[in-house]
Design a protein. Structure first.
Length: 202
């Protein structure tokens, strides 16, 4: 009996010694819910009628998609160059990054408008989160939420998320690189990753 009482007493003492789990303050919960609402609104306006708006692929989108398909299945672009770092495209040149990054989507969904534009959609949604984190690292939560909302409803960024143009990757990659550079002031290990993103954005 005494041994059982001692065990119960030990458990009670251990429970008292353990720190109570921290509960987020009402303000923090409100901020998280507002951020999720902003991200949801941004996703809705980007997903509505996707990929049919804008209708059809323009010539650069079609070029990027076909180059991705050719690289995925044959390891060459449509001009026969093996794993090129820059595409010949229509003769004026085209950045190959979009085609390489679109390959998993084409492998999963086939060569169609949805697969070709899917990378732009995903990158647009990721950029909303990155922009919020970047502004928050320089300012306060309210300013970061306002910035995220403005980007979420920006017609420029909405269309950027719907077009499969290689240049549309630049704002997001450059933003992520800059955010990582700011974060590297307190976490130096992020500096190489920031420099890598800057290099890729070129």
């Amino acid at each position: 009996m005494n041994a059982r009482q001692d065990k119960n007493s030990t458990r009670r003492l251990a429970a008292r010694a353990l720190p109570a789990p921290e509960m987020p303050s009402p303000g923090r919960l409100w901020e998280r819910r507002l951020l999720l609402s902003i991200l949801l609104a941004g996703a809705i306006v980007r997903l509505y009628a996707f990929p049919d708006v804008p209708p059809g692929l323009n010539q650069d989108e079609a070029s990027s998609g076909y180059e991705a398909w050719a690289l995925l299945h044959h390891g060459v672009d449509r001009n026969g160059f093996h794993n090129p770092v820059h595409l010949v495209s229509w003769g004026s040149g085209q950045n190959a990054l979009y085609s390489y990054m679109a390959m998993p989507f084409i492998a999963a969904f086939g060569l169609n408008t949805f697969a070709v534009r899917c990378l732009g959609l995903v990158f647009g949604l990721v950029t909303l989160v990155a922009f919020h984190r970047f502004v928050k690292s320089l300012s306060d939560e309210l300013t970061a939420l306002c910035a995220a909302f403005l980007l979420a409803v920006s017609p420029w960024h909405i269309m950027l998320s719907r077009w499969a143009l290689e240049s549309n990757l630049f704002p997001g990659i450059f933003l992520i690189a800059t955010w990582l550079l700011v974060r590297a002031t307190v976490a130096p290990g992020l500096l190489p990753l920031s420099f890598a993103c800057f290099a890729v954005s070129l």
